[in-house]
Design a protein around this ligand. Structure first.
Ligand code: PEP
Ligand code: MG
Length: 559
């Protein structure tokens, strides 16, 4: 059978896929950023320059706050954080010092932001450098009385190409106009990537060659593979929706052509996404990342606040399952009140369940909020622990949850399999809990010894690698032996071909960004479980990621 999602032919540019989906359209480029202001001495007095700088900072902070009020989370929080950067008193003091030393307002802002930038780049908040650059450019433009480059509006749907795209620009994008985003810079964990995912717009970052494409070039963007296919053949001028495989099965249950059910569920990072996920036919939430409640807080949110947010998500799935992943702090998600911030290798540090074991009060409050929210809705609810190392961790967690006063017996208790240790001992881990969900993002990071937040290593962060697949297969097999459900909730499940491979390994549920669900359901609907099994074993016998993908594809084509 011919695959409808395959490695595309023709000239291809490679980047990093950060928001799934496949879309085609003509390139429209964002204007070039403003040049750095000159370092010449100011001809004005320092108080005139200072007044200009202060009013530019204030107006940019105000503009970002106003934009934040127009959008939902996660964009709102990102823009508010940027507004705080623009109004930061230490930045303002630094600008004043430089103005007093003879700099123009624009140059002083540029230099002060550069020094702040260096500190940020060396910290664990390195991903936020792009947010600061955007704030800097906006203030510099305001000092000069010009507008910074805007997202173009050609009057028809297009593929947006840019060196980098700021969170403020991304937040304002209309998904019916911008079919896909391709940027030369950026990383999978940048706010732009996160916002593109939440808007459901396919996106590829780190694709330097996109800057060489002229406006109007027809392209096909593969948001999972990170590929931009250039000068796509038979490009159709007619308005096109996002291109997905032929058989759209939106809203129906996912099953293979021979009738084997595979649950297709949504990964949710914000309650506001739950409506879109339900409308896109998610059978439930396979991964509710609860970090959104904490990331911008100085102290844990109240139980009432948590309950309200969880209730919002559960209410969107009155007949579905909602798996609440308990707080995964640490690693690339530091939290001042929970993690130390001084670990040399945070990804290998006190994160996930390890942090919760040290802060049982935070865990207790989360559990109480889950119980309260579950009582308010008809959704089936489960909890799962992040970053579980082994059966000892799993058993500590399960006993702890069961011992919580008032814990309802029908809320299932599971764990994430994200470490090689947990995957290799999956049978012992599963023996003590109700289910497991494999986090392929972290599993790939730990198996490949490649930091998931480093764009330079994104090539190694490949869930197709047979070493990663081998561990997924072991965990799935352990689940089958013990008759306990094992799912995949890493973004790898959003790759339609890999989803078939996981299904062939015995993975019973696939959870992903909601915008990727249609492609996955479609692929499942076109293949039998026997072909999925053949694809899985072909991939597992391969020597590297590319070979595994090619082998899975040809096994499916020959089946
Ligand atoms: C994973 O690691 O695959 C996962 C789903 O968890 P997160 O991406 O939130 O770490
Ligand atoms: Mg993880």
């Amino acid at each position: 059978m011919e695959l409808t999602v395959a490695t595309p032919p023709g000239r291809q540019l490679q980047g990093v896929g950060v928001s799934p989906g496949i879309a085609r359209g003509r390139i429209v480029r964002m204007g070039a950023p403003l040049p750095a202001p000159s370092a010449q001495r100011s001809a004005l007095t320092s108080s005139e320059e200072l007044a200009t700088a202060r009013s530019a900072m204030a107006s940019v902070a105000e503009d970002l706050r106003a934009r934040a009020d127009l959008v939902e989370e996660p964009a709102r929080g990102v823009l508010r954080a940027q507004a705080l950067m623009a109004a930061d008193p230490s930045l303002s003091d630094d600008v004043a010092r430089r103005v007093n030393a003879g700099r123009t307002a624009a140059r002083a802002v540029w230099e002060a932001c550069s020094s702040f930038r260096e500190t940020l780049a060396q910290s664990r908040l390195g991903d936020r450098v792009a947010d600061l650059d955007d704030v800097r450019d906006r203030i510099v433009a305001a000092c000069r009385g010009v507008t910074p480059p805007q997202v173009p509006d050609p009057g028809h749907p297009f593929v947006l190409a840019a060196r980098a795209l700021s969170p403020a620009d991304t937040a304002g994008l209309r998904a019916d106009q911008v079919r896909a985003i391709v940027t030369a810079e950026g990383s999978a964990t940048s706010h732009t990537a996160i916002l593109a995912r939440s808007l459901g717009i396919p996106a590829v970052v780190g694709c330097a060659d996109v800057l060489d494409l002229a406006d109007g070039t027809p392209v096909m963007v593969h948001g999972t593979l990170g590929i931009v296919e250039v000068d796509v053949e038979s490009f159709d001028e007619a308005p096109l929706a996002t291109v997905t495989p032929a058989a759209r099965v939106s809203g129906s249950r996912a099953r293979t052509v021979d009738g084997v059910d595979v649950a297709v569920m949504a990964n949710i990072g914000q309650p506001s996404e739950s409506g879109s996920a339900a409308a896109a036919g998610a059978e439930g939430v396979g991964l509710l990342r609860t970090e959104f409640l904490y990331l911008r807080a100085d102290s844990p949110p109240s139980i009432a606040e948590q309950t309200a947010a969880l209730t919002q998500v559960m209410s969107a799935f009155p007949d579905g399952l909602v798996v609440v992943r308990l707080l995964d702090a640490g690693g690339e998600k530091p939290l001042p009140f929970l993690t130390s911030g001084h670990e040399p290798n945070p990804a290998l540090g006190v994160r996930g369940l390890r942090a919760l074991r040290q802060h049982e009060n935070v865990l207790d409050q989360q559990l109480d909020a889950v119980v309260a929210a579950a009582a308010r809705t008809s959704a089936r609810v489960a909890v799962m622990a992040p970053m579980v190392t082994d059966a000892d961790d799993a058993s500590w967690f399960v006993s702890k949850v069961r011992a919580r006063p008032g814990w309802p017996a029908d809320i299932e208790i599971g764990v994430m399999i994200e470490t090689p240790a947990a995957a290799l001992t999956a049978e012992a881990v599963l023996a003590v809990c109700d289910f497991a969900s494999i986090g392929t993002n972290d599993l790939a990071q730990y198996v490949m010894a490649a930091d998931r937040s480093l764009a330079a290593l994104s090539g190694l962060q490949n869930p197709w690698h047979p070493a990663v697949l081998e561990l997924v297969a072991r965990a799935a097999a352990a689940g089958e032996r013990l008759a306990k459900p094992v799912g995949v909730c890493g973004e790898a499940a959003a790759d339609p071909l890999l989803a078939l491979v996981f299904a062939g390994m015995g993975v019973g549920s696939l959870s992903m960004s909601w915008s990727a669900m249609d492609d996955v359901r479609s692929m499942l609907a076109q293949h039998s479980m026997a072909s999925c099994v053949a694809a899985a074993s072909a991939a597992l016998r391969s020597g590297d990621a590319a070979a595994a993908r090619a082998a899975a594809k040809s096994a499916l084509a020959g089946a």
